[in-house]
Design a binder for this molecule. Structure first.
Ligand SMILES: [Zn+2]
Length: 185
């Protein structure tokens, strides 16, 4: 194992439904003690089409520069030597290779911090999230405000448009719902 200037190797995963503040939590973590003194590389899935492919933005308006990658394993071909922290946004959209990528990065002494939506709009485990949650050394579960009752216990992503497209992204397509107000067929 390579020691990277004192960062503690491990994998923190921020999970929850849409609008639960996962990316805000990631950005906050990168900017605060103990991690703010380290160099980080922020990665996002290129498969999640956005107007600005090289940015991660939050619902509250925070913006960070990010590298979009096609395949999870592309990360390993980068020169990562100057980064102690490798951060991933929207991990649910990466291919299954992301699991081994995270394991390798942690073995190489990196701190990996990621975000990912727990469940699809059909309430199925989202992509590689079940495996990533298993390998995480710490998990932070975030909840959103339920769009029906206004309680802060929403853990489900309710699709509010008539589409079965899994990659549908954006504020206009989903609402956060608590288990009581999540509706499924
Ligand atoms: Zn509710």
């Amino acid at each position: 194992m390579t020691v990277n200037n004192g960062v503690t190797p491990g994998f923190t995963l921020h999970t929850g439904c849409v609008f639960s503040g996962k990316t805000e939590a990631l950005i906050k973590e990168l900017n605060e003690t103990p991690y703010k003194k380290y160099e980080y590389l922020l990665i996002r899935p290129a498969s999640e089409k956005k107007k600005t492919q090289n940015q991660v933005t939050t619902h509250s308006g925070m913006v960070l520069i990010a590298d979009p990658i096609q395949q999870a394993s592309d990360v390993l071909y980068r020169d990562l030597s100057k980064f102690q922290i490798i951060a991933f946004d929207a991990m649910q959209f990466f291919d299954i290779g992301i699991v081994d990528v995270v394991r390798k990065l942690v073995r190489d002494g990196k701190r990996v911090i990621g975000t990912g939506i727990n469940l699809t709009w059909e309430e199925k485990p989202f992509g590689s999230m079940p495996l990533l949650l298993t390998y995480a050394t710490s998990i932070e579960t975030h909840m959103a405000v339920c769009s029906v009752c206004g309680e802060g216990n929403a853990s489900r992503s309710q699709r509010i448009v008539d589409s079965t497209e899994e990659m549908l992204i954006g504020n206009n397509y989903h609402e956060a719902r608590c288990v009581e107000h999540y509706v499924t067929d």
